[in-house]
Write a protein that binds this ligand. Sequence first.
Ligand code: PLI
Length: 461
Amino acid sequence: MPRKIERRSWAEPYKMKMVELLKMTTRPQRVKAMREAGYNTFLLNSEDVYIDLLTDSGTNAMSDMQWSAFMTGDESYSGSKSYFKMEKAIKQYYGYKYVVPTHQGRGAENLLSQILIKKGDIVPGNMYFTTTRLHQELAGGTFVDIIIDEAHDPLSEHPFKGNVDLNKLEAVVKKHGAAKIPYVCIATNVNMAGGQPISLDNLKQLRKYTQEHGIKIIHDMTRVAENAYFIQQREPGYANKSVKDIVLEICSLTDGATMSAKKDALVNIGGFLATNDDFVYEEARNLVVVYEGMTTYGGLAGRDMEAIAVGIKESVDDNHQAARVGQVEYLGQRMMEFGVPIVKPIGGHGIFVDAKAFLPHLSQDQFPAQTLASEIYMDSGVRTMERGIVSAGRKPNGEHYYPNLELVRFTIPRRVYTQAHMDVVAESTAMVFDRRKKIKGMKMVYEPKYLRFFQARFEKL
Ligand code: PLI
């Protein structure tokens, strides 16, 4: 009898031609390393990490085509031909008119915030991101969250948890007046919500509303291609459109963008500000030479710009996105099989474990997500990241922000790990889950002024 095959597996659209060897550690070694790092996974030495899911930022594996382009980088101080290749790719795949390179995403956020935000302004957005909000605040603005309520609920299965609640936006416009709102900041695949997409339908409605009120849309396009993939998979009318076409359509509904090329664009460093606005471009060209570098390198080497140009093209490939998001889905499914509480639907760049549900006996002041991230590292050498009260930081008045979502992010670098690695990650998390009742919380013993999650230190209670 021929065997009946019930499912066909998929696999990555690439093969490996170089590998990086990893150090294997023992639990006592990891416990010591974690204590020395003040129970902050950011402060671990990467050498002591086995599977590094701290971030998908700058941790991508470049392709052979990217590496070969890298070798052709033009390192001229001005007018580098590598810049023109990057500019061409950005215009072709994202459709924006002007490009100003920056060393990474936050460099672009700094320029944009300084250009568009005045003291007392309000910047609505579909959930905050750490560096983005900080640059808005440093420029004198106040961020207001206008994402739909479902985004703050880890159990809601809304397919587009990155959507904007237009009623919330209208309330902000009524309260402050459109003149106080320089732009609405729209992230594609909202990071802090769990890598959740915005729909094109919602973006079109937002576009209509903001145009009626003379408000710009600035696009945090760090993970735009992953968002486009979800639109293709989930939004009626888009099943037969390519990721490439959907990306272009998303960008066409916005006035400009900040980009961290370290994510979607498959490189290890880089970013840019893109705009269709002559004024913003002119100002950005003035400021970039102060903060980043000449307008044709903005803090990047020519080789970096070469790699970005190729990476952008590879990022909008349907097969790439199917494997990229498919791997995240695989890890999420395995976690769910073990009963681990995760944010649903499964997002685009990682699995977000709900630390409040995982460790319900800890109060948010005992840093449940920070605690859980350290426990998982000590169990298996898997490095994850806190995305909860520590990341949220303090309000300008000094109080903690208390975010609804208290999450541990298992962020998957692109094209780096195998499904066997994902099995190890899921099993380790399940082991920690099984002994969750014995886990104690922590207190913060050192807190830096800005972006405290990077450097804060903790002690076990
Ligand atoms: O890390 P940068 O400066 O290249 O980019 C800042 C940045 C802006 N927007 C969004 C949505 C991000 O996710 C982002 C950086 N994210 C990091 C570093 C992360 O680990 O998620």
